[in-house]
Design a binder for this molecule. Structure first.
Ligand code: B12
Ligand code: SF4
Length: 464
C-alpha cells in the first residue's frame, strides 16, 4: 500500500513550516509496514499537487483539512477522483475533528474520515484496506459508510504521548522549509516541536479542547530532548518553535526543560506560544531567557475586561500589562501579542480599547485578527442558536475575508479598524526599527506582509 499525505495548511498565511501532525502520522504508517510520502508544496500549491497526483499513483490519499482551506481541499479531492480513481481518499485534521458529521463525508466526497488524533487509527484503516484484517467498528474516530448510512465511531484520546514515535523528520526535512516566517524568526533551519497536546481552558473562540482533549498531556522531557538532539545532529537545527497551546502550563516542567538545555550547554534559540500570563514570574522568565527563549507569543485578545470575561479567557487586563512589563524588565525575550477585533457582542469603543491596549503594551510585534467563525467553538454555537448567523459559509472562511462583524458594526468599519490597528502599531518608527534590526534579511517579506494588511482590497465577504 502506498500512502500519500497532503497538507494545504500553510496556504492562507504563507507560513510554510513542516507539518508535524502529518510527520507523526507518517511515522506511525511506516512503522505499520506501509510506504508513505508527505507532500506539502510551498509554491503554486494547486499545480504542484496536480502534477504529483499525475506522477505518483498512491493507493491511499490522506488529506489534512483545516477550516480555512476548504476550497483547496475540495479542489484536491476532485483531482484525486480524476487522476487516481482507484485511490481511497481519507480526510482528517482539525476541521474534520470538529465539523458536523454530515459535512465530513458528503460535502467533501470522502471515502473515509478520521476524527481526532490518528496515529493509531490511520494505520489500522490502511491495514483494513490492504487485507480486511481489521473491523471498521473498532477504529477510533472513524467515519464511514455502511449499508447506505454514515456511521461514526467514538474518539479515544491516547494518554501517553511518549508511545508515539517522533515525527518522520526525513519526510519533512526542516532544511527544505525556508519560505515562511513563523514567529517572524529569520534563522534557518528551524523546526516546530510539540511537548504537549490538549488544553483545559475554555476560551469560547477556540475548539482546541475538542481537537486535542481537555486534559493537558505532556511528553517526558527525555523524549523531547531526544527529538531535539536528532534535529540538531542530523538536520543542523538550532532554532525551535514550540507549538504547544499551553507551553507555560506547568512551571516545574518549564523549569526542568530550561535547566536541561543549560545542562547540555546547547546554544539554541527557541520560541513558544500558548504563554499564559498568570504562570510567569521574574525568576522563571530569567531562566527561560538564559536557556535561549527568544520570542513568546501571547494571546491578549482584547483591551476590554468585559470582553475577556465574555470570551472566558480567564485573564485580568491589569495583570496582562504588569506581566508584560515584568518580562521586558527581566529578560530580552520578545513578545508577540495576538488580538481579536470584532468579537460577537463587542462594541466599537471596545475595539478601539483593544487597539489602544496593543499600543500601550511593550510588544515587539502584534498580530490582529478579525473574529473568525470556526466550527466546534462555543461562540459559534451561540451565534447559530441565536440566529445572528444562519450558517457558516465554509467557502468564505479566510484570515482577511472579514466575513463576520458584531451587530451594530458594519463589515466595512470592522475592516477599517483591522487596517487601522496594523497601521497604528507598525507605523511607529521605533517598532519598525526594532523589527528591521532583528531581521533585515526578511525586510522585503515583512513590508509585503504589512502592506497587504494596510491595503484596502475589496473582497466578496465584506458586503453588508
Ligand atoms: C502550527 C499551527 C499553525 C501553522 C500551520 C503549520 C502547519 N504546517 O501545520 C500556521 C501558523 C500556518 C497556522 C495558521 C493558522 N491556524 Co493554526 N495551528 C497550529 C497549531 C498550533 C499546531 C498544529 C499541530 O502541529 N498540531 C499537533 C498535531 C499532532 O496535530 P494535528 O496537526 O491536528 O494532527 C493530528 C490530527 O489532527 C490528525 N490529522 C491531521 N492531519 C490528518 C490527515 C489525515 C488524513 C488523518 C486521517 C488525520 C489527520 O492526526 C494528527 C496526529 O495526531 C494548532 C493547534 C494545535 N495544538 O493543534 C493550530 C490550529 C491548527 N490552527 C488553527 C487556526 C484557526 C489557524 C489560523 C486560522 C489562525 C489565524 N487566525 O491566522 C491560521 C489558518 C491557517 C490555515 N491555512 O488554515 C486552528 C484550526 C481550527 C480549524 N477549525 O481548522 C487550530 C486547531 C488552533 C485552535 N486551537 O483552534 N497554524
Ligand atoms: S485559546 Fe489557547 S488557552 Fe484558550 S482554549 Fe484555545 S488553546 Fe486553550
Amino acid at each position: 500500500m502506498r500512502v500519500l499525505l497532503i497538507s494545504p495548511s500553510s496556504l492562507q498565511t504563507g507560513q510554510h513550516i513542516p507539518d508535524v501532525g502529518l510527520g507523526y502520522l507518517a511515522s506511525a504508517i511506516r512503522n505499520a509496514g506501509f510506504e508513505v510520502e508527505i507532500f506539502q508544496p510551498q509554491k503554486e500549491f494547486g499545480i504542484a499537487v496536480y502534477r504529483k497526483l499525475q506522477q505518483c499513483h498512491p493507493d491511499v490519499i490522506g488529506l489534512k483539512v483545516v477550516s480555512l482551506e476548504i476550497p483547496a481541499v475540495k479542489k484536491v479531492i476532485s483531482w484525486c477522483r480524476e487522476l487516481c480513481p482507484d485511490a481511497k481518499v481519507i480526510l482528517g485534521g482539525p476541521h474534520i475533528s470538529i465539523a458536523p458529521i454530515e459535512m465530513t463525508m458528503t460535502y467533501f466526497d470522502a471515502d473515509y474520515c478520521i476524527r481526532g488524533e490518528a496515529e493509531i487509527s490511520f494505520p489500522q484503516l490502511i491495514q483494513y484496506l490492504s487485507d480486511q484484517s481489521q473491523t471498521l467498528n473498532g477504529i477510533s474516530g472513524l467515519v464511514y459508510r455502511e449499508n447506505g448510512t454514515i456511521k461514526e465511531n467514538p474518539v479515544s484520546i491516547h494518554s501517553n504521548l511518549d508511545d508515539f514515535d517522533m515525527p518522520a523528520w526525513d519526510l519533512i526535512d526542516p532544511r527544505k522549509y525556508k519560505g515562511g516566517w513563523y514567529f517572524w524568526s529569520p534563522e534557518y533551519p528551524r523546526a516546530p516541536i510539540l511537548t504537549s497536546r490538549g488544553c483545559p481552558y475554555q476560551c469560547t473562540f477556540c475548539a482546541q479542547n475538542v481537537v486535542g482533549g481537555k486534559r493537558l498531556r505532556q511528553r517526558s522531557l527525555d523524549n523531547v530532548f531526544s527529538e531535539m538532539e536528532l534535529l540538531k545532529e542530523k538536520y543542523g537545527v538550532n532554532n525551535f518553535d514550540f507549538l504547544d497551546d499551553n507551553f507555560l502550563m506547568h512551571r516545574n516542567y518549564v523549569e526542568a526543560f530550561c535547566e536541561g538545555i543549560l545542562k547540555r550547554n546547547w546554544k539554541i534559540k527557541w520560541n513558544c506560544c500558548g504563554a499564559r500570563m498568570d504562570q510567569m514570574d521574574p525568576s522563571l522568565i530569567r531562566l527561560m531567557d538564559r536557556a535561549g527563549c527568544n520570542i513568546m507569543s501571547i494571546g491578549y485578545e482584547s483591551g476590554s475586561q468585559r470582553m475577556l470575561d465574555y470570551m472566558k479567557k480567564d485573564l485580568d487586563l491589569q495583570c496582562a500589562l504588569q506581566q508584560t512589563r515584568m518580562i521586558n524588565e527581566n529578560s530580552s525575550i520578545k513578545i508577540m501579542g495576538l488580538f481579536i477585533l470584532g468579537f460577537p457582542n463587542e462594541t466599537e469603543k471596545e475595539i478601539q480599547s483593544t487597539i489602544r491596549h496593543a499600543l500601550k503594551l511593550p510588544l515587539f510585534m502584534a498580530t490582529f485578527f478579525t473574529y473568525l467563525v470556526l466550527p466546534g467553538c462555543e461562540e459559534t454555537t451561540k451565534l447559530l442558536e441565536s440566529g445572528e448567523i444562519s450558517e457558516i459559509p465554509w467557502d468564505q472562511l479566510g484570515i482577511d475575508t472579514h466575513f463576520y462583524s458584531p451587530q451594530g458594526i458594519s463589515k466595512r468599519k470592522l475592516k477599517f479598524y483591522y487596517k487601522w490597528a496594523y497601521f497604528r502599531f507598525y507605523s511607529r518608527p521605533i517598532v519598525l526599527l526594532r523589527v528591521m534590526r532583528y531581521s533585515w534579511r526578511k525586510a522585503p517579506w515583512f513590508f509585503n506582509h504589512i502592506l497587504h494588511k494596510f491595503s484596502w482590497r475589496t473582497n466578496y465577504a465584506e458586503r453588508d
